[in-house]
Design a protein around this ligand. Structure first.
Ligand SMILES: *[C@@H]1O[C@H](CO)[C@@H](O)[C@H](O)[C@H]1NC(C)=O
Ligand SMILES: *[C@@H]1O[C@H](CO)[C@@H](O)[C@H](O)[C@H]1NC(C)=O
Ligand SMILES: *[C@@H]1O[C@H](CO)[C@@H](O)[C@H](O)[C@H]1NC(C)=O
Ligand SMILES: *[C@@H]1O[C@H](CO)[C@@H](O)[C@H](O)[C@H]1NC(C)=O
Ligand SMILES: *[C@@H]1O[C@H](CO)[C@@H](O)[C@H](O)[C@H]1NC(C)=O
Length: 541
């Protein structure tokens, strides 16, 4: 019997995977990425849609699933999707940022083969090239626990993805052109919930039942406060870690971060405001959605509840209260607390100072004085094929230099299996947010002022939260511990999107001299090759 093309494709994919991960289930996605009209703030805009949707469809998965995502680029320019929080263990080739993966040319497709190995939790995907993120192309990712692994709360009656973010009425090409001219962007025009403006989105609940909301800030720069009129929220999960369950009446979600809360519909049957507003801004942008009781006697009423605005201490205290439930299971049956990170000696300290300034008369941002510029070839491919002249390991220093800002393709070398301390230092008066691809890290401390070695005395070495995106308050520091157990080329970036676009990022090259698939997979057979890697032959499996 002849195979139809889809079945043939499936067989090919299975053959590619058979060697290393035949045992885990597969989920297949076909995505068509197009331009289409959207009207989130009432004006027509050219949005980036996935299968006609804005935001794009959610990815639902279970720990260890293989996700086979065939992305057709029907835009008129190169396109890539990256997976915020998915660790792509041993496989940075599929990370979907320009430092690791070749863009999908217009009119072509690429099949990402990911595995959500040893992960649970709430994350999202987003378009990583140019300034596409300002036009959509993002969606939720959820990784459920395997059936036999206990989850530290009852199954919710419903599980909703809530993507919040600031938004511009200008299109992504206009915003990018502004940045390319070396100018800063103006303040955003509004805030969206699931791609909709004021009262554009409604979540239906049944009285007496409990719901999970997976809230991610997919916006471009602003920290946002999330709250629901008349309701409390119980925080249960942060970027793949089950937290000590703490009840909040409002929650700060910094740009790039994800949180799960449980909300019980325990109020009289009517509609209630869901409110999202900007934090730490002199002008406050606010939007609302609706929590709709199925037995609702009437529409939302009264003023939407106010929340914190410029108070930093409130936010810092909330952040410090977010801790790991050591006895709860994570992706594995054993408790999350069985890895005693606080007993391990760090082997290296890296201090990262954010830099902002002009280079050649244009606005740029950097880390330890280097403002990242992309190379002509993905760094991971240059590394794999030993192509010289694309980047230099050591092109960014481990400590602030105090020197002026300059451009380079910054790559920092670190050793596989090292256990390191990274201190983010923020001399500026804005809240920063940093993300490390490929990893989850322990947020051991944050405080105001200058970090010193004495700051270590206040580290939480017991139940710090493990996550992948962390904020740094104005004129403050945040310290993290990272176990470098994932070989590859991993982007470390500001989640303030204009800043990462203008150079506030670099790559961490986690290196081992062994050449074993136990440590790193070979390049995927279907890898696109571009730049100096074009025409190279991939090493047979
Ligand atoms: C993607 O969508 C566009 C616009 O609807 C359509 O013309 C094109 O054929 C679709 N491509 C695929 C691969 O489905
Ligand atoms: C593009 O999609 C087709 C199925 O329509 C598939 O056979 C092919 O492998 C895909 N190409 C890549 C590079 O993933
Ligand atoms: C983006 O906005 C600019 C300025 O309003 C406009 O000239 C341009 O046509 C827009 N581009 C698209 C693709 O909508
Ligand atoms: C921690 O997790 C356990 C399940 O292992 C649960 O019984 C307990 O209520 C949780 N504690 C808190 C404070 O969330
Ligand atoms: C950590 O370092 C201290 C002091 O150098 C040493 O006494 C201790 O044995 C080390 N612990 C581990 C687990 O290596």
């Amino acid at each position: 019997m002849p195979l139809n093309p889809a079945a043939f494709f499936l067989c090919t994919v299975l053959a590619l995977f058979a060697i290393v991960r035949a045992e885990d289930p597969y989920r297949f996605f076909n995505w068509n990425v197009t331009y289409g009209d959207i009207y989130p703030l009432g004006v027509r805009q050219q949005g980036i849609l996935i299968n006609g949707q804005f935001p794009g469809p959610d990815i639902h998965s279970v720990t260890n699933d293989n996700l086979i995502i065939n992305v057709f680029n029907s835009l008129t320019e190169p396109f890539l999707i990256s997976w915020n929080g998915v660790q792509n263990r041993r496989n940075s080739f599929v990370d979907g940022v320009y430092g690791t993966t070749c863009p999908i040319p217009p009119g072509r497709n690429y099949t990402f083969m990911l595995q959500v190995k040893d992960q649970i939790g709430s994350f999202y995907y987003y378009p990583s090239l140019a300034f596409h993120k300002a036009a959509g192309g993002f969606g939720g990712i959820r990784i459920l626990s395997r059936p036999r692994i206990p989850v530290p709360f009852d199954d919710p009656a419903g599980d909703y993805t809530v993507l919040i973010g600031d938004w511009y009425k200008s299109n992504h090409t206009t915003l990018k052109a502004t940045l390319d001219r070396g100018k800063k962007l103006p303040f955003p025009d509004g805030v969206l919930i699931n791609g909709r403006g004021p009262n554009g989105v409604s979540f239906t609940v049944e009285q007496g039942k409990t719901y999970r909301l997976r809230i991610s800030n997919v916006g471009l720069q602003n920290s946002l406060n999330f709250r629901i009129q008349g309701h409390k929220m119980k925080l249960v999960e942060v970027e793949g870690t089950h937290t000590l369950q703490t009840t909040f009446s409002s929650l700060d979600v910094h740009v790039g971060q994800s949180y799960s809360v449980l909300v019980t519909a325990d109020q009289p049957g009517q509609d209630y405001y869901i409110v999202v507003s900007t934090r730490f801004t002199s002008k406050i942008l606010t939007t609302t959605g609706v929590l709709h009781y199925s037995n609702s006697a009437g529409p939302v009423s009264g003023p939407p509840p106010g929340g914190p605005t410029i108070q930093v201490d409130w936010s810092l205290n909330q952040a410090r209260s977010i801790r790991t439930n050591l006895t709860a299971s994570g992706p594995r049956p054993n408790p999350q607390g069985s890895y005693h990170y606080g007993m391990i000696n760090t082997t290296k300290t890296i201090r990262l100072d954010s830099s902002a300034g002009q280079v050649n008369g244009k606005q740029r941002y950097g880390v330890n004085s280097v403002s990242f510029v992309p190379a002509d070839t993905p760094l991971k491919l240059a590394d794999y094929f030993n192509i010289e002249g694309v980047f230099r390991v050591g092109s960014i220093s481990y400590n602030p230099t105090g020197g002026g800002l300059y451009l380079d393709t910054s790559v920092m070398g670190v050793d596989y299996r090292a256990f390191i301390e990274i201190v983010f230092e923020n001399p500026e008066d804005i809240v920063q947010s940093w993300h490390l691809n490929g990893y989850s890290f322990f947020v051991v401390g944050m405080d105001g002022g200058q970090w010193t070695s004495g700051s270590r005395n206040q580290y939480n070495l017991r139940d710090a939260i493990a996550r992948c995106t962390v904020q740094v308050y104005p004129k403050s520091w945040t310290a993290i511990f990272v176990a470098l157990d994932n070989v590859g080329m991993w982007q470390l970036r500001s989640e303030f999107w204009a800043r990462q676009y203008l150079g506030q990022q670099f790559y961490l090259r986690v290196y081992t001299s062994t050449n074993s698939i136990r440590d790193e997979y070979p390049i995927p057979k279907n890898a696109r090759l571009c730049g100096w890697a074009s025409g190279r032959h991939t090493r047979p499996l």
